[in-house]
Design a protein. Structure first.
Length: 617
């Protein structure tokens, strides 16, 4: 019996939230368990049990069904069934039925036992008092807090940032001599030294405020305007401490000391640039590149940037925006090179990004999706120039690792390199006649953003489009039906998901079964409500409180989207770090049981909103 209890205890301890319980409390919980064998096709609760209980599946599988027989969820080994947890409070508990799909071995525990434990251990009561959306929100709040705490500055010594040697000047030198030295050496501050010992610090701001503004003679010694008792930081401290010191004291320069001796200087700019994860610096380097070969070398840093961002705990939204900004920088530089090679454009135009890049949700070295809108004043022979531009840029992007679009949605395709009036006709036809092909084009070209050129060209097209989609409920209905074809895999259990064969067997497609459905929903909300935003989170935020989406549902959907994005970014970072190609196929074995629970919570949120959309149309 002791051996059996030990096995049960080890099993229960492996399941969140019980994994956080002390051994004595866990032993008490195990002693209170009932063991039930339930035949295939029977329903929970087992016969003879009437009080509210939590059911824990040890073996077998069950389906949770709505009152009309629709599958809500499917549970397998180690899953918790809390459908009857609040039976006393919920008079409508019969609205959900739980039927066994196989012969099952099930543990159950009285809710009163869990309530008593929850009074001592809030993590237990919090877990069972929250629904799927609330649990997911709690998790994402923790993730965001951890992202702040795992900031690169918190984990990096100030020694990685300071400049040495420190530029200094003798205290007896005049203000004018100090200004001349600062100008010649290109420094914005100098340490003032007296008898070989640092006596203070002076900045160009001090010269403006304490000398020029007050009419002080420039022949006065610099010691007259220096800041005495200057703040310093020891080299052993981390960079975050340096940033906090400068922020608290409203200073921009901080001398670094080692065993009391001055060894260097760190500035706010040094720290902020690094905290930006070098995305800004990388964009600056791209802008200075003079050849495609140089751009190719720079592009090799993009996977490393994504790995670094993932390790720092950055949100998927942050990673997507950073990588998209880099891709935009590559595109802009290639366009500039093309214009330098072929001359100025014959008429105004706008180079457009489509898909994930337009939404600012791109990850390292995705495929290309681009197009060109050209001013209506173009002549037929002008297209020769734009064709050269398109091939130069698309070929250049391909050499930098951004593969050609398999569907040929690129500016090199004449169909997607057209005057503004043609684009108006495209969108009108897609909305008025929502054929399968039109709906496919809609999913790509309704997500557009100007990368380079005349922004008014796209703005005008989008304005007319949104005016049209707001009034066309038939089009929104077709788009909704098309979008609902991608469903979250709520049926997966036992560490197996819907992929049953092939290269990605026993994996979950995070992109097509999780992220894409949210992107599709957000696009539908935007088109239905006339929202011009393209980024998925911004679309959901702006749709919140409209007839299409409640504020609470919007928050839940954003939480689900960010959690799925976080798993995707972490999964891809692991592959990139191994030198492998990044993909979207996640094995449940890669993540913890708690993360699997949150994954199911995210899928439930998405399915709920898909069902709401389906019932509306």
């Amino acid at each position: 019996m002791d051996t059996e209890l030990s096995e049960i205890s080890a099993f229960i301890q492996s399941i969140p939230p019980f994994d956080s319980l002390p051994k004595q409390v866990l032993a008490h919980l195990v002693r209170e368990l009932n063991i039930n064998y339930v035949r295939k096709g029977d329903f929970l609760p087992p016969k003879g049990i009437n009080e509210p209980r939590l059911y824990i599946l040890r073996k077998g599988a069950v389906s949770c069904l709505s009152s009309n027989g629709e599958l809500i969820n499917r549970l397998g080994e180690s899953d918790l069934c809390d459908a009857f947890y609040h039976a006393e409070k919920n008079t409508n508990v019969d609205a959900q039925q739980v039927q066994t799909d196989e012969d099952c071995l099930i543990y159950s525990v009285n809710v009163e036992v869990l309530t008593a434990i929850g009074e001592r251990f809030p993590s237990i009561s919090d877990f069972f008092s929250q629904n799927s959306a609330q649990r997911l929100k709690t998790q994402m709040t923790k993730v965001n807090e951890e992202a702040i705490l795992s900031s690169t500055l918190m984990n990096t010594s100030v020694s990685n940032f300071y400049h040495s040697p420190v530029a200094s000047i003798c205290a007896s030198k005049s203000i004018q001599e100090t200004a001349i030295q600062m100008n010649e050496q290109g420094y914005s501050c100098l340490v003032v030294v007296k008898d070989g010992i640092p006596a203070g610090i002076v900045t160009d701001k001090d010269i403006r405020r304490r000398c020029v503004a007050k009419g002080l003679a420039i022949s006065e010694p610099i010691s007259a305007i220096m800041t005495e008792n200057m703040s310093t930081i020891d080299i052993k401290n981390n960079a975050y401490d340096a940033l906090m010191t400068m922020t608290a004291k409203h200073i921009h320069h901080l001398p670094v000391t080692k065993q009391g001796n001055l060894v260097g200087m760190v500035t706010v700019t040094d720290l902020i640039n690094n905290e930006g994860h070098n995305a800004i610096n990388l964009s600056s380097i791209i802008h200075k590149a003079n050849s495609i070969d140089e751009l190719k070398q720079i592009s090799l840093l993009l996977p490393k940037l994504q790995i670094r961002l993932a390790k720092l705990g950055s949100s998927a939204d942050h990673v997507g925006k950073s990588v998209s900004a880099i891709t935009m920088a590559f595109t802009k530089r290639l366009i500039e090179m093309a214009e330098s090679k072929y001359g100025s454009a014959p008429v105004p135009y706008a180079w457009l990004a489509a898909g994930s890049q337009a939404r600012q949700e791109q990850l390292a070295h995705s495929d290309q999706d681009n197009a060109i809108i050209i001013c209506n004043s173009m002549k037929p022979y002008d297209d020769a120039w734009f064709e050269q531009l398109a091939h130069f840029v698309c070929d250049g992007l391909a050499e930098c690792g951004f593969i050609y679009c398999p569907g040929d949605i690129m500016a090199t395709n004449p169909k997607w390199r057209q005057p503004q009036q043609v684009w108006h006709k495209y969108f009108s036809a897609w909305v008025d006649t929502p054929s399968p092909k039109a709906l496919l084009n809609s999913s790509v070209f309704f997500d557009l953003e100007t990368i380079y050129g005349d922004t008014s060209l796209l703005r005008s097209v989008r304005k007319k489009l949104l005016t049209k989609t707001q009034k066309n409920t038939l089009f929104i209905a077709h788009l909704s039906k098309n979008a609902l074809a991608l469903r979250p895999p709520l049926g997966f259990f036992r560490d197996f998901v819907l992929k049953q064969s092939g290269k990605h067997r026993a994996t979950l497609d995070l992109k097509h079964n999780g992220i894409a459905p949210v992107v599709d929903l957000a696009r539908i909300y935007a088109l239905a409500e006339g929202i011009s935003a393209v980024n998925t989170i911004e679309r959901i935020q702006q749709a919140a409180g409209t007839p299409s989406l409640t504020k609470a549902s919007a928050e839940n959907l954003i939480d689900a989207y960010e959690f799925l994005g976080m798993l995707r970014v972490a999964h891809q970072a692991k592959a990139l770090a191994k030198g492998e190609s990044a993909d979207n196929y996640l094995s449940p074995k890669e993540i913890s049981k708690l993360e699997r629970q949150h994954l199911k919570d995210a899928f439930k949120v998405i399915k709920t909103l898909q069902d709401a959309r389906q019932s509306n149309y």
